[in-house]
Design a protein around this ligand. Structure first.
Ligand code: HEC
Length: 156
């Protein structure tokens, strides 16, 4: 009887520790902030991408391409810092595979950085014939990472 009581206590204790921990984790302000920060940076990445599309369609000054491409190259450099351990919990579409397969994920980041650097130097040179293909290369690097490491959207 005593043993049964003790084991019931142990189970109850175990459950309460488990639920306290997981609640604390999901609501950890540091985790939430890290996720928000990552999403803000990604929005800036998307914003620069959209701005370049606009310029290619004739809006704005072509000379601005270098600023957007340069910003993209800078943002790609901080990409590795956007995924601290534990930031796969909460309001995020980042997939756990990011943390499970770090080498694959680093390769996807490297692809992004190389493509962004390439675009930045093409934009600096003003070689508009090379800009299109370089831009396409950058777009493929986004797609490559999103397809493998980001939760699919319901509709798009
Ligand atoms: C190495 C991986 C990787 C690369 C490269 C990458 N992304 Fe992302 N992106 C993500 C992940 C993961 C998320 C989900 C972030 C989250 O929800 O926490 C995301 C989210 C986004 C979002 C949504 C942000 C929001 O929450 O509103 C946009 C927009 C975006 N990415 C644009 C881009 C564009 C444009 C490129 C290429 C120029 C790019 N990304 C390259 C991994 C990547």
């Amino acid at each position: 009887m005593r043993r049964l009581f003790l084991s019931a206590c142990a189970v109850a204790l175990g459950l309460s520790i488990f639920s306290t921990n997981s609640d604390a984790y999901a609501q950890d302000p540091a985790t939430e902030t890290a996720i928000k920060y990552r999403q803000s940076v990604m929005k800036a990445v998307g914003g620069n991408m959209g701005a370049m599309v606009g310029i290619m369609k004739g809006a704005g000054d072509k000379a601005n391409l270098a600023a957007h491409a340069g910003a993209m190259a800078d943002l790609s450099k901080i990409a590795p810092t956007l995924f601290p351990a534990g930031s796969d919990f909460g309001e995020t579409t980042a997939l756990p595979v990011i943390w499970e397969k770090p080498a694959d994920f680093s390769a996807a980041i490297k692809k992004f950085q190389d493509a962004a650097d390439n675009l930045a130097s093409v934009a600096q040179s003003g070689d508009m014939a090379a800009f299109g293909p370089a831009f396409k290369g950058l777009g493929e690097s986004c797609k490559n990472c999103h397809e493998n490491f980001r939760e699919k959207k319901e509709k798009k």
